[in-house]
Structures are given as C-alpha cells and as structure tokens.
Design a protein around this ligand. Structure first.
Ligand code: FAD
Length: 411
C-alpha cells in the first residue's frame, strides 16, 4: 500500500485507461474512470498482446483471467503478397517465453476490454459510463463533463485517445495538435471458425496457428485466429481515407476485395468469406512538446500522448506500460505537492521509448509497403540473411530485445 492515497480521475475507459486504473488502485489510490460511451465499446476485431504487456497483467495478478480467451501463435510470418512465400519469420512460441519470460498472444478486443473492466471493478474502481469530458481546468485540477458534472482530483489522467480533450484543453494549449492521418486505412473483418474449417483451402490456418502477414506495394493483410480459435481475424491496410478517431465506419466489401485482387489465392479465398467490414484511417500523433500540464497535476497516457501506427502492434501495450510506470512512480509521493515532479519523471521515462516505437512502426509500414524493385529485393535479401539484423523491426534482434524485454516497473 502507498504511504499516501490520492484521488485520481482517469478520463477515458479504453484499454489504456482501465489498465492504468488497475495499477493505481493496487497502490491504494481512489480511482474513478470517466468513459464517454454509453457501453463498453471495443470493436469486434483482434489485437496482439506482446510479452511486454503480458508481464504487466501478470504482475497485476490478473493474467489468469485471460487464459480461456487467448490464442497462442507459433510465429509471425511475413509473406510475399502474391505468392505467400515466407520472407521473414519471427518465432513466438515458446521463443518469447524463453527469451522474455512471457508469451506473445492474440485476443478479441472486446474480451480484452471486458476482462480488464471486470478486474478493475472487482478491486473497487469506479467506472462511469456516459461521462463525456468537455474540458479540464488545470488550475483547479477539475474535469468538466458535457452534462455539467465536474470532478476535482489530486491527479487527472488523460487516457481519452488520439483526439484527446484532456490534451487539448489542459496540457498542450498553446498549439493545436492535429493527428497525422497516414495515406492508409485498415479494413477489419472476422470469419467464423465453421466457415474456415469448411473451406479446404483455409482450414489449415486454424490448426497451424500463426500471425500471417502478406506484404506488398501500399497494402498488407495481417490475419490470425482469435477467441481461442472461435474466429479468424483479418486486418487489411490499403490506400484510403476515413475520419481520424472513428473506429467503426462500415466499409465496402466489394472495394475491399478489389484492393487485394492481386494477392495470394489463399488471401482472395479468405476474403470470399467476409460479409461485412469496418474501416479505420491509420493515424499517429506528432511528437508532443509535453505530456504534463503547467500546474503538474494533469498527465497524458496511451494514444492521447503517443498514438502510433499499428505496424508494430504496440499501441495498447505502450498504454499499459504507461499505467504501470505511472503507478510505480506515484508510489514515491508522500503529499499532493510531490505529484508534479513525479509526473515529469514519468514523462522522461516514457516519452523517448514511445517516440522510438512510433518511429519503428512508421519504419515497418515503409518497408512492408515497398513496390517491387531494387529496394524490395534488397529488403527480402536482408530478411533472409538471418544475421540478427532485420529490416522488419519485430525480427531485428536488438530492437526486439528492447521492445519486448522492457520492464515498465523498473526500466
Ligand atoms: C488497425 C489497428 C490495429 C492495432 N493493433 C494493435 C495490436 O495488435 N496491439 C496493440 O497493442 N495495439 C494495437 N493497436 C493500437 C491500440 O488499439 C491503441 O493504441 C489502444 O487501443 C489505445 O488505447 P487508449 O486507451 O490509449 O485509447 P483508446 O482505445 O482510443 O481509448 C480511449 C477511450 O476514451 C474514450 N473517450 C474519448 N473521448 C472521450 C471524452 N471526451 N470523454 C470521455 N471519454 C472519452 C473513448 O470512448 C475510449 O473508450 C492497433 C490500432 C489499430 C488502429
């Protein structure tokens, strides 16, 4: 238990906000999460859980709750877009556990959020739905909701995503932070286990469990089973535009199939089973000048601070690391007056790491999406060299060790 118990309000009850709430509550603080939606709202798609996030869930004592719902892939396999020939393989099971102490897993986003929510409410966190933040007053450390309600706290945490109100009204106030939409969107879809098993061309994808990623010019398809093999999840990155921060715009199935008409016959066959798709623009944030407000009692975490492209599958993991580091540092406070200095230490500990990961994700996107030609041939040759250096950041030995081996409690 902490020496001092603070009143903490977390704005935004997504994966990052709830995980931070658990970390802080475990240290004895009073935590209220204000979520703008009317219900838990993660979309029906998969998400990868790298070992650096599993380490934290394990430390929180909640990882066992996830076991019935996760899938354990053997490898991440980057494949040539049109033939499916493997270009680079990152071994995951048992290699991740052997190297970093924790596995690399796959899960349905709705399960991830629900399991975190249950763990949070079981330990007494207050989670309020329909609590939409309008603005934060940094001078009085008060959150004002759109319905006129307000909450004053010792610490306010902005975990309200890429279009953060907390960031725009209390932290970075002397300029407008505009998210950087990339030139790519993602279609997201799932196919049922029954449909996969009934198709002889696809059934093996459910038994030989891997994260498969077919890469080509400006497009890739990442696909893997989720919900312990109940469904197959597909993320398809392609040139396009949609609204930043909207994660559930319906897309056109016909347009989606057309984007991948030159892909591996297995991908095309897979897409014949897709009945509906969601479309998201892929965006990240520019480097922010700061994460801590002027008065030092408001701080940003997760996508509000460092939204990143999904090409390293680290956005949620980094949000979860933020919460763990913040809870650990705050444990050193003896009075409310200690909070500003500790938040600045938090910023120092987290900002460079997350900015490096943002850059790594952009780099992965660049090298995956090369057109066929000299640069692509060089990339493929480097991927095959197996000398520890790999243009794919997941497989580069040094980057991988730093990425997955991180201890957010102490590093
Ligand atoms: C295509 C794609 C694939 C991805 N794959 C992976 C992956 O495999 N692994 C991984 O780790 N990450 C992945 N990510 C990234 C990951 O989804 C995000 O980084 C992560 O969800 C961020 O969590 P967050 O809690 O910081 O923000 P969010 O998930 O955006 O949550 C913000 C919450 O705040 C609420 N909110 C917003 N505004 C307000 C307001 N004004 N008042 C109150 N509440 C508000 C929202 O309703 C939401 O619940 C992927 C992202 C994309 C786009």
């Amino acid at each position: 238990m902490t020496k001092t118990s603070f009143n903490i309000v977390i704005c935004g009850g997504g994966l990052g906000g709830i995980a931070a709430a658990i970390g802080l509550k475990r240290k004895g603080h009073n935590v209220t999460v204000l979520e703008g939606s009317s219900a838990l709202n993660e979309v029906g798609a998969g998400i990868q859980m790298p070992p650096n996030s599993i380490k934290i869930l394990t430390e929180y004592g909640i990882f066992d709750r996830f076991l019935p719902f996760v899938t354990r892939p053997k490898n991440i396999i980057l494949r040539r877009f049109d033939t499916g020939v493997p270009l680079s393989t990152t071994p995951l099971d048992p290699d991740m556990t052997d190297s970093y102490g924790f596995p690399y897993l796959l899960i349905h986003r709705a399960d991830y959020q629900r399991l975190l929510f249950e763990a949070a409410t079981d330990i007494g966190i207050t989670y309020k739905l329909n609590a939409r933040v309008d603005r934060v007053d940094d001078k009085t450390t008060t959150v004002h909701l759109t319905d006129g309600t307000s909450y004053t706290a010792d610490l306010i945490i902005g975990a309200d995503g890429i279009r953060s109100k907390v960031r725009d009204t209390a932290v970075v106030t002397d300029e407008t932070v505009l998210p950087l939409p990339s030139s790519n969107c993602a279609f997201r879809a799932t196919v049922s286990r029954e449909d996969m098993l009934a198709d002889p061309a696809l059934a093996h994808l459910m038994s030989d469990v891997n994260s498969n990623c077919w890469i080509g010019y400006r497009r890739h398809v990442m696909a893997y089973p989720i919900r312990n093999g109940e469904m197959y999840n597909i993320v398809m990155s392609h040139p396009g535009q949609a609204s930043v921060g909207k994660w559930n715009e319906p897309g056109s199935v016909e347009e989606m199939r057309n984007h991948y008409k030159n892909f591996d016959p297995i991908v095309k066959q897979l897409l014949t089973h897709v009945k509906t798709v969601l479309k998201w623009v892929l965006a990240d944030l520019p480097m922010l000048p700061k994460w801590v407000s002027e008065n030092g009692h408001v701080v940003l975490i997760g996508d509000a601070a460092h939204a990143m492209l999904p090409y390293l599958a680290q956005g949620a993991a980094q949000a979860i690391e933020d919460g763990a580091t913040l809870a650990e540092l705050l444990d050193q406070a003896t009075t409310n007056a200690d909070i500003p200095a500790l938040l600045h230490t938090f910023q120092k500990r987290r900002k460079r790491r997350t900015e490096t990961i943002q850059a790594g994700a952009r780099k992965n996107g660049h090298i995956w999406h090369l057109p066929d030609g000299e640069e692509q041939e060089e990339r493929d040759a480097l991927m095959q060299a197996r000398d520890g250096h790999n243009p794919d950041q997941w497989s580069d030995t040094e980057f991988q060790r730093w990425l997955f081996g991180w201890n957010a409690f102490t590093d």
